[in-house]
Design a protein around this ligand. Structure first.
Ligand SMILES: C[S@@+](CC[C@H](N)C(=O)[O-])C[C@H]1O[C@@H](n2cnc3c(N)ncnc32)[C@H](O)[C@@H]1O
Length: 556
């Protein structure tokens, strides 16, 4: 593999400030920021929310709380259901959302499509499922739903291990109805991981089980949770021993750190024991979010910081990227203030922002973004062109591409973005235009973003890896023919997996001797560049999402 070194390391996008504001419209002040139509932040972190109905409500609910009830998406009786004031609404919503996620009805994105923890549709869904109404969620409830749903999903394997060990027998556990299991998981999570006052947790979850299911379900929850409290208080929670052969050890670690066994085995193989454990600990932590100020609207980081201060959202500036800010809490407040919906900023991880630094977009360039939707990188690339040049954004997914187009308008970069709905492989065959720079942000396992995508670990299978690798090879081949001689191909993923990253590039270079590796050094801080010249963002080392990118120059 040939590595081309740069004589003059470049400052990754930092130099932009020299040109940016003379080329932009006047800096805008933020207008009224409390609109109800909120942009989906989930789209920008690469998730969507599917709508499927749960097959049937788990059971008729307790007669004390409900009147006659029909099920169906537009249930006309839902308004007549009685309001239950005994059950804590965040628990009721969390239990239903968890059940829906597990049955494939939604992703565990921290924000739903309304940009709020629970929009009207979700509340109607909760009513239909439980058979009663709860009071509306306030901001504190929304935060609790986010925390409980994210944490309970992440810790699912470990929580189930505890629940199983406290059930009479395995059949009781395996045959448990879905809602009951979710209520137990929530209770276990609150007691074991959130360390909440245990008897309050027991009471609340027992009440939910009684009202939403039946008195017997409440008794079962009571019995199991009380056993758990005793074990916790005596410090004797059952924990698998890490011993035996490789497989047995991986199984134990998978339970303790709550990940699928195949992932643990893969990480032990590629990273070693210690690093694999550190990675799992990272994946189980509450994520930090990054916001990128949208300079295309004349909205700089200083303006974003001013708004965050007004909103009392704690924040830190990114040490790596000019326009980025980090926030640990307060995303709901940012959303409700309309900053995302109105296009003043985007949710974008710094690890993804640094991929744009590696593309190093310059005004006047023609850039092809091959797998562009929902557009996080497209928008950032476009904002670096200052109205000169073009980003052609191709994606196979029409719905996600629609989001990209709408967001480009909001961000005021539509004049430099052309969206094309196509399979890249067909596009490459039929399109004879070549580009200065081609970014292939390939579909991948997402193994670098498990802390943000709490449910992803349970949805990925080992078999997916082979299919993804084959697709990545095909897309790389297609992308390569669209690069001008002397132009640049950037291959990136949000994975930390060697086989999706270095190995794909190595195999590409064998098939395409016309490309050589160009080091990422000088485009991103040195600490992100491996010896082979590739960009690596390592969650454990950099406390950001995992990501990879390679700069490949077409020499002829
Ligand atoms: C990792 S996501 C891209 C994220 C995007 N670059 C961003 O920053 O927001 C991968 C994208 O590849 C698209 N994709 C998958 N197969 C494709 C194909 N054959 N042709 C074009 N796009 C494809 C998916 O629809 C998905 O939107």
């Amino acid at each position: 593999m040939k590595v081309q070194q740069h004589p003059h390391p470049r400052n990754y996008l930092a130099n932009r400030s020299k040109i940016e504001f003379s080329m932009l419209p006047q800096a805008l002040s933020v207008p009224v920021l409390n609109s109800s139509q909120l942009l989906s932040a989930s789209a920008l972190i690469g998730t969507t929310t599917k709508r499927v109905m749960l097959a049937k409500k788990t059971r008729q609910s307790n007669s004390a709380t409900t009147s006659t009830r029909k099920t169906g998406p537009f249930n006309p009786t839902s308004k007549t259901q009685k309001l239950n004031v005994e059950v804590s609404p965040h628990r009721a919503v969390s239990a239903v959302r968890l059940m829906r996620i597990e049955l494939g009805g939604a992703f565990a994105d921290l924000l739903n499509e309304q940009g709020k923890g629970s929009g009207d549709n979700e509340m109607r869904y909760v009513e239909r499922t439980l058979g009663f109404r709860t009071r509306d969620l306030d901001d504190r409830d929304l935060r609790l739903v986010t925390d409980i749903v994210g944490g309970t999903i992440r810790w699912r394997r470990y929580l189930d291990h505890l629940i199983l060990s406290l059930c009479h027998d395995e059949d009781t556990f395996r045959g448990m109805e879905p809602l009951l299991l979710q209520i137990l998981r929530i209770g276990f999570y609150e007691i074991v991981k959130l360390e909440m006052p245990p008897y309050a947790v027991v009471d609340e979850n027992v009440r939910l089980a009684k009202v939403a299911l039946r008195p017997g379900a409440g008794n079962l929850v009571n019995g199991i949770l009380r056993k758990l409290v005793l074990l916790k208080e005596s410090n004797t929670l059952p924990s698998p021993k890490v011993e035996g052969d490789d497989r047995q050890q991986a199984r134990a670690l998978a339970t303790i750190y709550s990940h699928p066994v195949w992932m643990v085995r893969r990480w032990i193989k590629f990273l070693g024991h210690e690093e694999a454990i550190r990675l799992m600990i990272w994946n189980n932590r509450d994520p930090t979010f990054n916001l990128r100020a949208n300079i295309s609207k004349g909205f700089r980081r200083a303006d974003l910081i001013e708004q965050l201060e007004k909103l009392k959202v704690p924040h830190d500036i990114s040490p790596h990227l000019d326009d980025f800010v980090r926030i640990k809490t307060g995303m709901q407040i940012v959303i409700q203030a309309g900053l995302l919906k109105d296009g003043f900023c985007s949710v974008q991880d710094e690890s993804a922002g640094l991929v744009v630094s590696i593309v190093d977009p310059q005004p006047g360039e023609s850039i092809l973004d091959c797998c562009a939707a929902p557009g996080g990188k497209t928008l950032f690339l476009a904002s670096c062109l200052y109205g000169k040049g073009m980003v052609t954004a191709v994606d196979i997914n029409k719905g996600r591409l629609r989001i990209l187009k709408e967001t480009a308008k909001k961000h005021q970069v539509q004049n430099v973005v052309t969206a094309v709905h196509a399979d890249l492989r067909t596009f490459a065959e039929n399109n004879h235009v070549m580009y200065d720079k081609v970014l292939l942000d390939a579909p991948c396992s997402g193994l670098g973003v498990l802390s943000k995508r709490a449910d992803l670990r349970w949805n990925r299978r080992l078999e997916d890896m082979e299919q993804l690798k084959a697709l990545q090879d095909e897309l790389l081949d297609s992308a390569s023919v669209l690069v001008k001689p002397g132009g640049l191909l950037i291959y990136s993923t949000c994975s930390i997996d060697l086989e999706e990253n270095e190995q794909r590039v190595a195999s590409f270079l064998l098939r395409h001797p016309e490309f050589v590796v160009d080091t990422a050094d000088g485009y991103v801080p040195h600490e992100f560049v491996a010896e082979n010249g590739f960009y690596h963002c390592n969650p454990v080392k950099h406390s950001l999402d995992g990501a990879f990118a390679a700069r490949l120059i077409r020499s002829y």
